[in-house]
Design a protein around this ligand. Structure first.
Ligand code: CDP
Ligand code: CDP
Length: 230
């Protein structure tokens, strides 16, 4: 069976990475979390006090950033992101990074840097990548594009549960404001804004269990593979 490219875009915390990991496991494909790349770059910028409003400073800083995904058995059997050789998977998920990542991800030089690497990762196909612009900009010719969404209150609840498990001082209001702000910046930025690709299938999983969303998506994978081989 020929391998395909599957893209999953959508709003924050609606279950994109959950579905992408499910599909990668089921199909024995590579899963790439493109958001982790923007988060790792943001983490580096914060740590090294890089001013992302200054294009020259951004360009120089990007020359010192090396990102890699490597298998990590502590990360649900999926690859984790390494920043200059250090596994930063668990350092990039907190609010400090979440508060700044959408600003950093709107910077032209940052997007060019990340998109070029993402396109290289898909050269051999057999990949599931989730993010905001994967079906529109990174892989406009992907065989299967999914655009995920879910009610805001449900998305806030899902992300709050995750963050609260690690940090009991976090409030639901804080999580809601961050989600809404990121969705707004991501949808309204000039370069590669979050948009549904014309040929993407919408998946609203507000009322779906993880098993139900997987079964739906697997049917779409089967359809996309039939189209490809016909
Ligand atoms: O998991 P969550 O939906 O909270 O976000 P993420 O996928 O980790 O992405 C973090 C941020 O990176 C997003 O809010 C976007 O600002 C940015 N991003 C992007 O601009 N383009 C992508 N392909 C992926 C993420
Ligand atoms: O990648 P994205 O930010 O879109 O979301 P995620 O990290 O995959 O999912 C956010 C949370 O929603 C996780 O804790 C998932 O377990 C949960 N989830 C859920 O409860 N039901 C679904 N159908 C999908 C995800």
């Amino acid at each position: 069976m020929k391998k395909i490219i599957i893209t999953i875009d959508g709003y924050s915390s609606c279950g994109k990475s959950t579905l992408a990991k499910q599909l990668a496991r089921q199909l024995d494909y590579v899963y790439i979390d493109s958001g982790a790349m923007y988060r790792a770059i943001t983490f580096y910028f914060i740590q090294n006090q890089v001013s992302w409003s200054d294009p020259a400073a951004v360009k120089e800083a990007l020359q010192n950033i090396h990102l890699e995904f490597e298998y990590d058995e502590t990360n649900e059997g999926q690859a984790s992101i390494y920043l200059n050789g250090e596994n930063v998977e668990h350092l990039i998920r907190d609010m400090l990074v979440a508060e700044k990542v959408s600003e950093v991800a709107a910077v032209k030089e940052v997007r060019e840097f990340a998109v070029a690497q993402q396109q290289q990762m898909g050269e051999k196909k057999g990949i599931v990548m989730d993010g905001r612009d994967i079906g529109t900009t990174v892989f406009p010719k992907a065989e299967l594009k999914i655009f995920m969404t879910a009610d805001t209150a449900i998305r806030v609840e899902r992300r709050f549960k995750e963050l609260y498990a690690k940090n009991k001082s976090i409030t639901i209001q804080e999580v809601k404001e961050n989600l809404e702000l990121r969705d707004y910046i991501d949808s309204n930025r000039e370069i590669s804004p979050l948009r549904k690709a014309a040929d993407a299938i919408i998946l609203d999983n507000s009322q779906l269990s993880m098993e139900e969303q997987l079964q739906l998506a697997l049917q779409w994978v089967e359809d996309a593979m039939m189209v490809q081989s016909s």
